[in-house]
Design a protein around this ligand. Structure first.
Ligand code: CA
Length: 724
């Protein structure tokens, strides 16, 4: 038995990145059916299947046995009032059922459970409806996304879930479509395109539905797109409104009035509109039915580097911002920008939680967010006023947030304009999309956080290369940095579950874990916090003090958030197992030993054991010999860093979610050039790089990968067997 060795200290997953997500809502309609106690699946299949609307979601606490919307409730707290499973008996949890999704890519979905039926998505935007009590499949739907589109997905071909509304199930697809399915049989009601198909857009977030409008954004800012989100009529798919998050070509009229204000915060020498500008809405939304405000988080700049995107400065609205929007019209009510002039991939697309807190003696309606930039924000959600912003992880790009201006104060010593810098947090963030949870019982926010650094610099000769990542990073300097840094002592990097007191702005407890990418979080009135880890454990902690109470080894890394529900009076806890997402380049967890077969796992008290997965041979095969000079190996390293690393990992140490190139078979080595230059594996999602790489480059790349395989083999051979 061998552990999956980390051969590097610097470099893993330096570019992890993000995507989208979701909320629903509404308040002025009568639910067609509303059952205080969810009944069994069989009683509900038929004309009442998936009957859901805004009134029902707004009153979600009246039926705590269902999980009606993405974060259960409109306020997205991911707190369940259920107490049948609690801190006294959680040790008796066992497997109720499991369901194979027949995928090996990342799984990130929050299931929706309505009256005994569970609806969830898998990799490549597939949708499943199953009996929530037994796991029996009711129907499945495959949007048949062309596999080459996968190259546009910065962070795996993931999907964060569906929305269910008035008998239909809504899903956004990785190739930019929005599809409405019949909740009874999964048949397509409508299927519309939401993007310019000549651009590298993707959808990974769950749609949100408010007052018969389904709202969806998209991703793509790593490759180069202009961000927006759109509302469509639930019945027809007809567009109601669209909000662009960044201005377009200054020679053309503004699409809506808010862009006039935004345009004043950009300079034009960088021609940002040609590459897109970014600001994609790829994940989080929340809704307050009382205020009738939809909250939307926006993403990073495109390209990342502001010295290229907006030379001479500017805040670049509405990048990395929280927007409060009227859902009927798409009009902006207020905005708050977390990272003005973002240059670090510090999106504000992270999970937003709405709650009420006592703040300086006053009861305030607030919005809380822990975006990638490392500060935990509390905003008054009526006005957008900043109440608090404190560091929840190590932050070196800024010293603090100035409460007078509401803006961060950058540390000039960390400037990437003329230097390669190691900066905290990483592009993957102190916290990424993995949902947090808030317990009104403990008053704590549970954050799947990480301590991690990124390497940043500026490409003075940047030129857009359509179809690949366009960040503004100087890849030659980056490859040189990796070479020099290999084996050097790197700053500490680890994942953690952080219990954070938002009022005192301080840590109450935390649990560290070796994997950087770990799962989202659920908390319950049973004094429990549930989280799946990247190294394959599903764990329950006491919500008040963090005591570990139960853990199940599941042999698959988890990134998805758990949910809980009841059927026929029995409580279940569900989580998807399947590593990937921002972990797509992180070589960690049990993938090399067990593979990454995707499953929905559902637990209940007195349940059984999880069937063991078969162990695989995780050794690295001896690669063929190849002749190469130092100069050729050096060229291979630079080309790998520039074109391959973002999927296959720094130093060719792959995660296994996509191919770990050190583990290529002899047959794959034989056709290496055909794959890289001619797209032999295009149907598997590995597109041709023949537009950018020559035959000599392919040879040098191959030589570099073989060199890295041999280095890993030697390191593994020198590693003692771990104790049993
Ligand atoms: Ca990003």
């Amino acid at each position: 038995m061998k552990t999956h060795l980390k051969t590097v200290k610097f470099g893993i997953g330096l570019f992890a990145l993000g995507m989208l997500a979701v909320l629903p809502a509404c308040s002025d309609e009568k639910a067609d059916t509303k059952t205080a106690e969810p009944q069994s699946f069989a009683e509900h299949v038929g004309e009442t299947t998936g009957r859901m609307d805004g009134a029902r979601i707004a009153a979600a606490d009246d039926e705590p046995g269902n999980w009606l919307a993405h974060g259960r409730t409109y306020d997205e707290q991911r707190y369940s009032p259920l107490t049948m499973i609690n801190d006294q008996n959680v040790g008796d949890l066992g497997l109720a059922w499991s369901f194979d999704t027949d995928t090996t890519r990342g799984l990130e979905a929050s299931p929706i459970v309505v009256d005994g039926v569970m609806y969830f998505t898998g990799s490549w935007s597939t949708v499943f409806a199953v009996n929530a009590k037994t796991g029996e499949e009711l129907w499945s739907y495959d949007p048949e996304v062309p596999r080459p589109w996968g190259k546009n997905a910065c962070c795996d071909v993931v999907n964060r879930g569906v929305a269910v509304w008035k008998g239909k199930v809504y899903v956004g697809t990785i190739d930019g479509r929005l599809v409405a399915l019949d909740a009874v049989d999964g048949s397509v009601v409508w299927d519309i395109n939401t993007i310019d198909r000549s651009k590298p857009y993707t959808i990974t977030g769950a749609p949100r539905i408010i007052k018969d409008k389904v709202i969806i954004g998209n991703g793509g800012a790593e490759l180069g797109v202009r961000g927006y989100f759109t509302a469509y009529d639930v019945a027809t798919g007809k567009q109601a409104w669209r909000f662009y998050t960044v201005p377009g070509n200054p020679d053309e009229p503004f699409e809506h009035k808010e862009l006039e204000m935004a345009a004043e915060t950009w300079t034009t020498e960088g021609k940002y509109w040609e590459i897109g500008g970014g600001g994609t809405v790829w994940d989080s939304m929340a809704y307050d039915p009382e205020l009738d405000l939809l909250y939307v988080g926006t993403g990073n700049g495109s390209p990342w580097n502001r010295y290229i995107r907006s030379p001479g400065g500017g805040d670049n609205l509405f990048l990395s911002s929280i927007l409060a929007i009227r859902p009927d019209s798409g009009e902006l009510v207020w905005h708050y920008q977390t990272t003005p002039g973002d240059s670090w991939d510090y999106t504000a697309t992270q999970h937003m939680i709405l709650n009420e807190i006592e703040w300086e003696g006053e009861q305030r309606k607030v919005l809380m967010q822990a975006p990638k930039n490392g500060f935990f924000y509390i905003l008054d959600r009526v006005t957008g006023e900043l109440l608090s912003a404190e560091k929840y992880v190590t932050v070196t790009w800024a010293t603090h947030v100035d409460m007078e201006t509401g803006k961060p104060v950058e540390d000039p010593a960390m400037s990437m304009e003329n230097a390669t810098q190691v900066i905290f947090p990483a592009p993957a963030g102190g916290h990424n999309w993995h949902p947090m949870a808030y317990s009104p019982d403990t008053g704590l926010v549970y954050i799947p956080a990480r301590e991690y650094f990124g390497v940043y610099n500026t490409d003075k000769n940047f030129k857009e290369e359509r179809g690949k990542w366009n960040l503004g990073v100087d890849w030659d300097a980056y490859a040189e940095f990796l070479k020099v840094a290999e084996g050097m002592e790197a700053p500490p990097a680890f994942g953690m579950l952080l219990a954070w007191d938002p009022v005192k702005q301080e840590k109450v407890w935390s649990v560290e874990m070796p994997t950087l990418a770990n799962g989202g979080v659920l908390t319950t009135a049973g004094n429990l916090v549930f989280q799946g880890t990247g190294d394959g454990k599903f764990v329950a902690y006491a919500a008040d003090d963090g005591t570990p109470l139960w853990a199940a080894p599941v042999q698959t890394g988890m990134i998805a958030p758990p949910i809980t529900y009841t059927v026929d009076g029995e409580q279940y806890v569900a989580i998807q197992a399947g590593y990937g997402g921002i972990g797509v380049t992180m070589s960690e967890g049990p993938i090399s030993k067990y593979g990454n077969d995707g499953r929905m796992l559902v637990f209940k008290l007195g349940g059984g054991d999880l069937p063991a997965l078969a162990e695989r041979d995780d050794s690295i095969p001896e690669p063929p010999a190849i002749e190469a000079t130092e100069a050729q190996l050096s060229n291979g390293a630079v080309k790998f860093t520039k074109y391959c690393m973002v999927c296959h990992g720094a130093y060719a140490v792959g995660s296994g979610v996509v191919a770990d190139l050190r583990r290529m078979t002899p047959e794959t080595h034989d056709v290496f050039g055909e794959i890289v230059l001619n797209g032999l594996y295009e149907e598997k999602g590995m597109v041709s790089f023949g537009d950018w790489l020559s035959e000599e480059d392919a040879h040098d790349l191959h030589a570099y990968i073989i060199e890295r395989s041999n280095i890993s083999r030697a390191a593994l051979a020198a590693t003692p067997e771990p104790a049993p």
